[in-house]
Structure formats: structure tokens, C-alpha cells
Design a protein around this ligand. Structure first.
Ligand code: SAM
Length: 234
């Protein structure tokens, strides 16, 4: 007799099936932006949430802009842009990234997983990317506006917008705190903010910044998932 698979195994098989459209979009986007490299299961599961959140946000407000903080080689940017195109979204995808890797670790970012200076330097350099590469990957969509610079300085002189969706994936405490502070007021009521690294032990600063924000602000809904990210609905 066949043994019943565990609940976890069943759900992983469903969400990771190559026939699943969300999973297919993940694969197409990683191929377009990173030649299929740097895949990991954690990210795959987090983006299972991301795709659904972007879809909902652009369905509800297809005329508004979206913002992404932290694009690296453009994997999430391609996913977001594809969903915008499918929904005939007329807004822009405004992207902010240093393209020079992570900003400096502060006291709030320290963890046993990055115990030495060497490990922290390696993590900072790992996330260096190239703006021209991301521009060319996103060119076919015709909706991206890229801004190179460090958060929060790169926000100076930026127009205030009305946003349907914000993704924050900058790993560190300071830029996560600054990005939420700058962008939450620009999110429309009912708009969605995706918060990567929430609960991911490697980068504890992201969760700290988000928890501090939640102590002072009450979005309509906040949900933490078990794979290291969260989202809120304003
Ligand atoms: C984990 S990666 C983003 C991954 C991306 N969302 C993807 O789908 O592959 C983090 C990004 O945040 C950027 N970053 C970190 N700190 C930053 C800061 N203070 N200002 C601007 N960008 C920053 C890094 O350059 C890097 O591209």
C-alpha cells in the first residue's frame, strides 16, 4: 500500500510543480535576469506570495505606480513587470538600488550567521549588480524607471506618488526603516507592501525595522509567512 506523503511534502509539490503558472513565471524571470543562476527554495516560496500580491495590487489600481527597493539582477523586477503587463497596468515600476551591494551592517543587523567581518564583507559584495544589465532586461516591458543610489539619500528630490504596491528587499535595518518611512505614506489606502527578509534569521535588521514601524502604525492587515517575508495592506 502507498504511504500517504506528509502534508509539507504535498504542499511543496503543488507549489513547486513546473505546471504551476506562478512557478513558471519565477523560472522565466530568473532565466531572463540571472541566466537561471542563484536560485533557492526559500526565495521560490517567498515569491509565490509576491506574485499573488502584485497581481491583486495591479488589478485593484492598474493606473498607479509601483516601487521596488532592492532589485539586484532584476529577478523580482521581471516578475513584477510581467504581471503589470498582463494586467495592462499603465503605471510605472520605479526601482531604487545602490547597485553596489548592501549598505553597512549596524548593531541591529548582526547575527551568528554573519559573525565575522569577512562574512559580512562577502555578503555586501555578493549583492553588487549592474544597472545597465537590469535596464536591458526590463527594456522590453517599457515601464521601469531605475534610480541608482543609496537609500535613504536616493529618495531626496523624488516626487511623492500614489502607489498601488511597494516591495522592500534591502536586507539591512537602516534602509528597510527608511524605505518604509518614505513609502508607506505614498501607498494608497488598500495598497500592498511586500516586506522581504521578515523573520529570516540571517538578516535580523529587516524584521526589527518592520516591528518598530508596526508599533507606531496600524495597517489594516499584516501577515507574516513561515519562509522569511511578510506583507501588509494599508
Ligand atoms: C537581496 S537583494 C534584492 C533581491 C531582488 N529583489 C531579487 O529579486 O533578486 C538586496 C538588494 O538591496 C540593495 N541594497 C541594500 N542596501 C541598500 C541601500 N542602502 N540602498 C540601496 N540599495 C540597497 C542591494 O544592492 C541589493 O541589490
Amino acid at each position: 500500500m502507498l504511504k500517504k506523503p506528509s502534508l509539507l511534502k504535498t504542499s511543496l509539490l503543488n507549489s513547486l510543480s513546473p505546471d504551476n503558472p506562478r512557478n513558471r513565471l519565477y523560472d522565466e524571470a530568473i532565466k531572463a535576469s540571472q541566466k537561471g543562476e542563484f536560485d533557492n527554495l526559500n526565495k521560490r516560496l517567498r515569491f509565490y506570495f509576491l506574485t499573488q500580491l502584485v497581481t491583486k495590487a495591479v488589478e485593484e489600481a492598474p493606473h498607479l505606480d509601483l516601487v521596488e527597493c532592492g532589485c539586484w539582477h532584476g529577478h523580482s523586477s521581471v516578475i513584477i513587470s510581467s504581471i503589470m503587463r498582463k494586467a495592462r497596468c499603465t503605471g510605472k515600476l520605479v526601482i531604487f538600488d545602490s547597485f553596489e551591494g548592501l549598505s553597512a551592517f549596524t548593531e541591529s543587523d548582526l547575527s551568528e550567521f554573519k559573525a565575522t567581518k569577512e562574512q559580512r564583507d562577502k555578503a555586501q559584495r555578493y549583492f553588487i549588480s549592474n544597472i545597465d544589465h537590469v535596464k536591458s532586461v526590463l527594456a522590453p516591458f517599457g515601464t521601469a524607471e531605475l534610480h541608482k543610489g543609496w537609500i535613504p539619500e536616493v529618495f531626496a528630490n523624488q516626487a511623492r506618488r500614489e502607489l498601488s504596491f511597494v516591495s522592500i528587499d534591502v536586507d539591512m535595518y537602516e534602509p528597510t526603516r527608511a524605505a518604509i518611512e518614505f513609502l508607506y505614506p505614498q501607498l494608497r489606502t488598500g495598497g500592498i507592501m511586500y516586506l522581504d527578509d521578515y523573520g529570516y534569521l540571517d538578516f535580523p535588521g529587516a524584521k526589527k525595522a518592520i516591528d518598530e514601524f508596526l508599533e507606531k502604525n496600524k495597517p489594516r492587515f499584516f501577515l507574516e509567512n513561515p519562509v522569511g517575508s511578510a506583507f501588509l495592506i494599508k
